[in-house]
Design a protein around this ligand. Structure first.
Ligand code: NDP
Ligand code: 2IT
Length: 452
């Protein structure tokens, strides 16, 4: 980075931190983007004169509300919920809802901000948003989760709509939660619309939406490897997480001839040196979505495997890394370990799983590195396809949706290469590519609207 760029980034970040105190995740997400965008913005005066970076880092609005609900013992419980409607320049707000005790305004602002760029990269007309609550679904009965979702929707329904803002799932919000949320929205407004995505197949959901994020991350990896004349066949992979994204990432790896070696949750990671097979994965999906158990149980079911309590899987030697659990789960020292063990490429299934230090290690060692905005966009991409199907009142076949998902991931890869340097053969900086490619469309729309 030249000194002019460095000082422009520094001045910008100082202002942002002053305006948004106590929001470290939001600062981190913006810093990564601004660091790579600044040279482009300085070279393209219209964005500088239009103060696009100032405008793009200020959400259109944030709705904060109380959610009261009654637990199974008759106690009154209170949670806080948010919807961060970040930017709707290129389409209705779109982004998931996260239910997890670590949810704060800072976390949702980082997620909403990244969603603007990710959604732009998909090529579909979707703005950026994120929402959620500090509610912890773990250990709650289905009825408790239902009462919480219904109470949350009593307020949220005023702020969303199929042409306004279309929420979906994220950590702690899967098929069960989306069903409760959608069912209650429908009661409140007396309209059946595509207001949420990730719905059940019987009521407007799309085939392949469940699988889309994990599958998309593997397709993105496939594109990165193909660019350097390599492929997935025979590669070993370390995957973190054991939720929606991680399990379908592992599934597509298996289908592509690669061998996933690990999965994890907040309790630790399991290592299966023989490789996780489809049969074992079916057991994990049942464990996580039906029995709501812990990944440590894997070792009792499958002998010859180990559980590493309180640890993350990055010390296991592998060709490919797929962080698919949560933010900041892969730090600088862990990136060094992966590279030292011969890592060939990494793709982020989770949002911002790699710290800024870890990203610098990957880029510095010229490891093909697919950042979240690009690599995990398959989930929201298929959400966009679900919206299209709902509007058209039709349902596409699994094959049709998966073909479209593949094309979306391929197009995102091409856009990254276009703006990521390296020409035809050189090293592609996918972080720069994703940030600049995602930015241009949104920024041009904002300029066209005038001063708003
Ligand atoms: P799930 O709730 O299905 O799974 C989350 C997984 O991550 C679980 O294994 C969970 O373990 C683990 N995890 C969550 N929080 C922590 C934490 N603080 N520390 C360690 N492990 C943690 O969520 P998803 O699979 O949907 O989401 C995973 C990631 O992918 C998130 O970053 C999400 O934003 C991102 N993502 C999701 C998309 C989607 O379509 N669902 C689309 C694009 C990105 P435990 O059970 O112990 O909490
Ligand atoms: O982070 C994400 O892209 C998601 N959680 C999916 C959002 C969506 O609207 O499908």
């Amino acid at each position: 980075m030249s000194s002019e760029h460095a000082s422009a980034v520094d001045t910008f970040m100082q202002g942002l931190k002053k305006r948004n105190p106590g929001e470290p995740e939001f600062h981190q997400a913006v810093e990564e983007v601004v660091e790579t965008l600044m040279p482009f913005v300085l070279a393209n005066k219209q964005y500088l004169d239009g103060r696009i970076l100032d405008r793009l880092t200020e959400p259109d609005r944030v709705v904060i509300f109380r959610v009261c609900w009654e637990d199974d013992d008759g106690n009154i419980r209170t949670n806080r919920a948010w919807r961060v409607q970040f930017n709707n320049s290129i389409g209705p707000y779109k982004g998931g809802m996260r239910f997890h005790p670590t949810v704060t305004l800072s976390v949702l602002k980082f997620l909403g901000f990244e969603q603007i760029f990710k959604n732009s990269l998909t090529g579909l007309p979707m703005g950026g948003a994120k929402g959620g609550s500090n509610f912890n679904p773990k250990g709650k009965s289905d009825r408790e989760v239902m009462r919480f979702c219904q109470s949350l929707m009593v307020e949220l329904h005023r702020h969303i709509g199929e042409d306004t803002d279309v929420p979906a799932g994220d950590i702690g919000v899967g098929a069960r939660e989306i069903s409760y949320l959608f069912g209650h929205y429908k009661r409140l407004v007396n309209r059946f619309t595509g207001v949420l995505t990730g719905k059940g197949l019987a009521f407007g959901g799309s085939l392949v939406r469940t699988e889309a994020t994990g599958y998309g991350a593997v397709y993105f990896m496939q594109n990165m490897l193909a660019r350097v004349g390599d492929g997935l066949e025979g590669k070993t992979a370390v995957v973190s997480g054991s939720g929606n994204v991680a399990t379908y990432c592992a599934q597509k790896l298996i289908q592509s001839g690669a061998k996933p070696l690990t999965l994890s949750d907040s309790g630790g990671f399991i290592h299966d040196p023989d490789g996780i097979t489809q049969e074992k994965l079916d057991w994990v999906v049942d464990l996580k979505t039906q029995r709501r158990g812990r990944i440590s149980e894997y070792t009792q079911q499958f002998p010859g495997t180990t559980f590493h309590e309180g640890q993350r899987p990055w010390s296991v030697p592998c060709d490919l890394a797929f962080p698919c659990a949560t933010q900041n789960e892969l730090e600088e020292e862990e990136a060094k370990t992966l590279v030292g063990n011969g890592l060939k490429a990494a793709a982020e299934g989770a949002n911002m799983p790699s710290t800024l230090g870890a990203i610098r290690i990957f880029l510095g060692n010229q490891i093909p590195f697919g950042p979240a905005k690009a690599a995990n966009a398959g989930g929201v991409g298929v959400s966009g396809l679900e919206q299209s199907q709902n509007s058209l009142r039709i349902a596409w076949s699994a094959e049709e949706v998966e073909d479209r998902l593949k094309s979306i991931m391929e197009s995102i890869h091409e856009q990254c290469v276009q703006y990521g340097g390296g020409g035809d053969a050189g090293y592609c900086n996918y972080v720069q590519g994703a940030n600049v490619a995602g930015f241009v469309k949104v920024a041009d729309a904002m300029l066209a609207y005038g001063v708003v």
